[in-house]
Design a protein around this ligand. Sequence first.
Ligand code: ADP
Ligand code: MG
Length: 363
Amino acid sequence: MLLKNLSLYNYRGYYKQNIAFGNRVNLLIGNNGSGKTNLLEAIYFLSLAKSYKTEDQNLIKFNQDFARIKTTAIDKDLQYKTKIIISKTKKKIIFNDQEINKLSNYIGQINVVSFLPEDMNLIKGPPKNRRYFINSIIGQIDKNYLLELSNYKNLLKQRNQLIKDLSEEKKPDLTLLDIYTEQLAKSGTIIINYRKKIIANINKELKSIYPYLANNHKKFIFNYEPSIEKNLEKNLKTNYRKDLFIKTTASGPHRDDYSFFLDDIDSKAVASQGEQRIMILALLLAISSIVETIKKTKPILLLDDVFSELDSLRQNKLVNFLNKSELQTIITTTTTANINQTILNTANIYHVENHFIRGNNHE
Ligand SMILES: Nc1ncnc2c1ncn2[C@@H]1O[C@H](COP(=O)(O)OP(=O)(O)O)[C@@H](O)[C@H]1O
Ligand SMILES: [Mg+2]
């Protein structure tokens, strides 16, 4: 899928802004606070009908009543028009001239894969970040995963409540706990299998992507660390005593984690900022490729402030890689000083200043 254009009205600091995008690399250059992240956030919003960092109402320009985001995308010669109107109390989505009643029917029409500055916490931050990340990636690829995940969460809540009640009793009757545990194990096993499958595919892709971007021969493995590897039901059952003692379900897919291994060393403690960035970028590019295979269309890549901490060689490699893989990418940066002119010539360049965009946006 390709975004042909974007039109913003009273969105964040923008008043009225139209921008036409090129099919490959689009570079938005501007100083801090000029409106670059805000623009990427608008595209993200078109994809998921929510912002990754704020409530809807904060997207409305200060002192205005509503904001509007519009886009035309194309995929295999078909046009997809989206208009989103955000008011203080609700949002309205109009897709191909029809109002959307159920958000879940709309989400996923426009596929984006994004790198946000906060993703830099992925490697060294808490497991929750990694779980959230992988859950949203698998959910983007297969909505059934999200349904299963919500089923699992409900069962877990139910089970935890029961455990709390039972822990108060001297001689707890475990019949109901057995039933809840079996249900939880069944759902959890489905979730673990989804995760195993995507992680295996990711690692296949990383084999070629990482060495190219990093410009070295280190082996990067994105590792799945399930809290319970196999035989979920049996393991959950042997944990009864512990669960009753701590009054919750101690292990299971809700406690899974992932790690980033570089030449068999866990990066958590050792990787430099630049190395982490390359690993995360390689991971996102691997995911883009998987999304493309499954959705049969390329996702749109949003890369926010991606060049910082990368040396000139790797900045150029990244843009080259994007060109070669023919991904439509929107990159924000404060400077392109480290990028070769020949490579810059292949990109569409835009300058952002005070929420106003100049560039080849009128082509
Ligand atoms: N609802 C809003 N109305 C007007 N301005 C806003 C709104 N939300 C954020 N801004 C402004 O946007 C600016 C940040 O823009 P941002 O896109 O994050 O900058 P950058 O170019 O550094 O990525 C801030 O100066 C902030 O005041
Ligand atoms: Mg920014």
